[in-house]
Design a protein around this ligand. Structure first.
Ligand code: KMH
Ligand code: ZN
Length: 307
């Protein structure tokens, strides 16, 4: 039975510090979190940069370099920095990490959508930092822009740096965007997709929708692609199990879900990695090691990065 690639998404740009004391944003905490997730069995860690002072989303090349080189010094895990960044960044600012650090893999958001976080303000009232509330409220008028011109630039840049695009799919039409980019020669098969489910503005996290995404991907792209799923909040574990049973991989981590179980905050992404691996082992699957993930995804190797 093929190995399951488990990804840990450490912090993201969705959750803010006041939502959980365990959400890492300082450089040394992100490095520590990556090592813990590696030790727990993750093959890949997904990294956003945050301002070490106040935890606000950052596109700083220095911060990314400090995080990624700090992880590389202590772990062989595959590191996938974001090109999604946050809505406070321009497309060029979001992409800069790829040209600068030439990572093995980076996210590639395959289309535009509303990306709304403002409803969480019904739950969270008090904030430690003054940027948090306006950041969340600002998503009411946010369109996460990934039009074809930027998709062409992003894919060209990633082929120049031999960085594998981890293609984020938020809704079924974006699978067709990928097919278009393949037909234009901007993306090469076999592609690596990640279905991102349960974002307000994207496809809801249901089993039917996941099976539909897989079926539509096979119809449009053929059978030789690999895929993972990342589902927000309470859907994280249910969608992961379905996806593994369908032959896919699984992303967990505090970027997508702050909880280990109902009402219990996860103390780290590593706790969610451990839980996911307990579950897949009960089902007869084994997690992939970082090097097995490199072989499965055709990554260039940690010795080829620029950090
Ligand atoms: N933020 C997640 C919903 C990215 O960082 O470029 C999807 C993601 C994409 O992680
Ligand atoms: Zn992300």
């Amino acid at each position: 039975m093929s190995k399951v690639i488990i990804t840990a998404a450490l912090t993201g740009a969705i959750h803010t510090p006041s939502m959980s004391e365990y959400l890492p944003f300082k450089i040394e905490d992100l490095i520590e979190e990556a090592v813990r997730s590696d030790n727990a069995g993750a093959a890949v860690v997904h990294v956003h940069a945050r301002n070490p002072e106040d935890g606000s989303p950052s596109s700083s090349g220095e911060v990314f370099r400090a995080i990624l080189s700090g992880i590389k010094a202590r772990s062989n895990v595959v590191v996938t920095p974001t090109t999604g960044g946050s809505y406070t960044m321009t497309p060029r600012e979001r992409l800069a990490v790829v040209s600068a650090l030439e990572p093995e893999m980076a996210t590639f958001n395959a289309g535009s959508l509303n990306f709304a976080l403002y409803p969480v303000l019904e739950k969270y009232k008090d904030f430690k930092y003054d940027w948090e509330k306006s950041y969340l409220q600002g998503t009411e008028s946010f369109i996460f822009s990934n039009h074809f011109e930027s998709l062409h630039i992003y894919s060209q840049t990633m082929s120049e740096t031999n960085t594998r695009p981890e293609i984020e799919i938020y809704d079924v039409g974006q699978v067709n965007n990928v097919a278009q980019l393949v037909s234009e020669g901007y993306l090469k098969k076999p592609v690596y997709l990640q279905y991102v489910m349960g974002i307000l503005g994207g496809i809801p996290a249901t089993t039917d929708n996941l099976l539909y995404l897989i079926r539509e991907s096979k119809r449009l792209l053929g059978d030789d692609f690999k895929w993972s799923v990342c589902a927000a909040g309470r859907f994280q574990f249910a969608m992961g199990v379905v996806n593994v049973l369908e032959g896919g991989f699984w992303r967990v981590g505090l970027e997508d879900n702050l909880y280990l179980e109902k009402g219990v905050l996860a103390k780290s992404s590593a706790e969610q990695v451990e839980k996911a691996i307990r579950i897949i082992r009960e089902l007869g699957y084994e997690p992939a090691t970082p090097d097995e993930a490199r072989a499965i995804l055709g990554l260039k190797g940690l010795d080829k990065v620029n950090y």
